[in-house]
Design a protein around this ligand. Structure first.
Ligand code: GDP
Ligand code: MG
Length: 296
């Protein structure tokens, strides 16, 4: 009976409007150096951006020395996705890792501040450019044991400021059984240390959310494999890692790499959810904190 009151037509209109406006999404990758963050950024773009290799995406990945963002517009089925990925230098290489989270949290808060400064203008732009981090992908080293104290402390701080999705980095170094045991241990660590990663339980709005999100919670941290070289597998060109034992596929084969961000932009429901939580919860916390200070 939905059609009777015209809700379907309204939904169609909203969809067309969203398609016209495009969709912006900002991701940040964080973790110790050498875990494959920069490679993953390349995997993500190479799998999405058309055949032409964008500048800077060819050749081996150099070590990341400063925070840097890359933006590409990806188009699929008439929907434009403007994807920005912020790559960060690895932390934890120092003898003293005190405050190694400062530059990362500093960047996240700077983007909230930028948005706030635009929002409080009397004559504000209709569309405020959104550089806020909607999703922070945290790379956990594939030790097979459990989260290290440094990861626990970093994650506790990050979760207060941004949506965090932890992943098991370089997952090809673990057997499937080791991967599962490691995943369960990390899930246990997250619970006992009150690290509230995405999707946060308190934002499940109805039964459907609960069912869908509990499936995701069960798979977190996702095991990932990054690659920026193409290989021929059964006549198909795939991004993967060539090893003595065969090709490990980094994108299309979900048993090899479970990265969820290859989601199609034509169905960006999780991306929208991450954006909503960023705006309604994390940015709101920042805004209240700043407006409570005497001067803005
Ligand atoms: P970053 O310091 O976290 O940015 O790490 P890089 O992306 O620079 O990668 C460091 C090294 O690890 C490079 O030699 C990559 O080829 C390799 N690497 C990246 N991803 C993976 C992966 O998923 N599995 C394995 N085995 N090696 C990887
Ligand atoms: Mg790097």
């Amino acid at each position: 009976m939905l059609g009777y009151v015209g809700i379907e037509a309204v939904l169609d209109q909203l969809k067309i409007k969203a398609m016209k406006m495009g969709f912006e999404f900002n991701i940040m990758v964080v973790g110790q150096s050498g875990l494959g963050k920069s490679t993953m950024v390349n995997t993500l773009f190479k799998s999405k951006v058309w055949k032409s290799t964008p500048p800077g995406l060819g050749g081996p990945t150099p070590q990341t020395l400063k925070l840097q963002s890359v933006t590409h517009v990806i188009e699929e089925k008439g929907v434009k996705l403007k994807l920005t990925v912020t790559d960060t230098p690895g932390f934890g290489d120092q003898i003293n890792n005190d405050k190694c989270w400062d530059p990362i949290l500093g960047y996240i808060n700077e983007q909230y501040e930028r948005y706030l400064q635009e929002e409080i203008l009397i004559t504000r732009r209709r569309h405020i450019p959104d550089t806020r981090v909607h999703c922070c992908v945290y790379f956990v080293p594939p030790t097979g044991h459990c989260l290290r104290p440094l990861d626990i402390e970093f994650l506790q701080r990050l979760c207060q400021a941004v949506n965090v999705v932890p992943v098991i980095a370089r997952a090809d170094s673990l057997t499937l059984e080791e991967r599962e045991t490691f995943r369960r241990r990390i899930q246990h660590n997250l619970r006992t240390h009150c690290i509230d990663v995405y999707p946060q339980k308190c934002f499940d709005e109805d039964v459907n959310d609960k069912i869908l999100n509990s499936k995701i919670r069960d798979r977190i941290p996702f095991a990932v494999v990054g690659a920026d070289r193409e290989h021929l597998v059964n006549g198909r060109c795939v991004l993967g890692r060539k090893t003595k034992w065969g090709i490990i596929e980094a994108v299309e084969n979900m048993t090899h790499c479970e990265f969820p961000l290859h989601e199609r932009p034509a169905d960006p429901s999780h991306l929208q959810d991450l954006k909503d939580i960023t705006h309604n919860v994390h940015y709101e916390n920042y805004r209240v904190f700043r407006l409570n200070q005497s001067h803005v």
